[in-house]
Write a protein that binds this ligand. Sequence first.
Ligand code: NAD
Length: 300
Amino acid sequence: MSNTLTTIAFIGLGNMGGGMAANLAKKGFIVNAFDLMPEHLEKARADGCNTFGSAADAVATCDAVVSMLPNGKIVESLYIDQDALLDAMPKGTLVIDCSTVAPENSRRLAQVGTEKGMRVIDAPVSGGVAAAAAGTLAFMCGGSEADVDAARPVLAAMGANIFRAGDHGAGQVAKVCNNMLLAIHMAGTAEALQLGVNNGLDPKVLSDIMLKSSGCNWSLEKYNPYPGVQENSAATRGYTGGFMVDLMLKDLGLAMQSALASQSSIPMGASARNLFSLHKKSGGEDKGGLDFSSIQQFYQ
Ligand code: NAD
């Protein structure tokens, strides 16, 4: 088992993983990268990573594995069920799964990984594509204190804030709570802005008023959903880039699952999930690929 993590296998070089792997390479780690898409491998090579023909080859000699994959089914299939990566990496490897998945997926990965002699943490992120590229993500970790501490130098190369939420799966619980709240205040912000506009207010003037009043919140401040109010917002770019409606729906589905599992009442989270689901299907075209601030269109 290596205490110094120098060689990092990176699996999943998409919107988020591409920038994260590039930052690891920039900070001097040896990065052995793999993705199913050849164009993502090409970009990783240009960013200073070594690329491999399979995930098993990428993890064969490494101190840690970082994965950034679409969902829990893929995470379990890759590490355990189909590709059995946990059998392809050196004993003692630190597995850092940054994908947003259900806490149950993370717990199974940790259990099977520990049985096979690996160290495993879940480390989902907040911050989006821009923060992944800039290396300013927030990591919400679940796992033992020792394993989270061991992961810190790797995470610090990709992010600005590292939290340990608790044991395995706790990082995912924190992520689900955060994103449920994000969905609620984004929908609430869009609703308030539309009420103002429908009653004759300029959305920029109303935003300025609420930013200095008790309605101020992160969506209004950093991610205004009304087109033209903020120069660099997804709304002003036609709701392109950013965080897709489909990914928000995935996270709200995970919030529903967590609520059922713990018999929690989440009426606001459930309403937000319904709103985003209705929005996705409204107007005859699938809006799942638009940025989630496009919920503004649902009110227009
Ligand atoms: P993405 O679809 O852009 O990237 C996923 C990558 O995984 C793709 O390049 C795909 O080819 C690759 N992949 C899929 N199956 C694979 C396999 N078996 N082996 C190797 N590679 C495989 O998605 P993304 O936006 O980068 O999101 C990744 C994760 O990060 C998701 O869990 C998402 O919920 C989470 N997340 C995304 C954002 C965001 O703003 N996009 C923000 C926070 C968290």
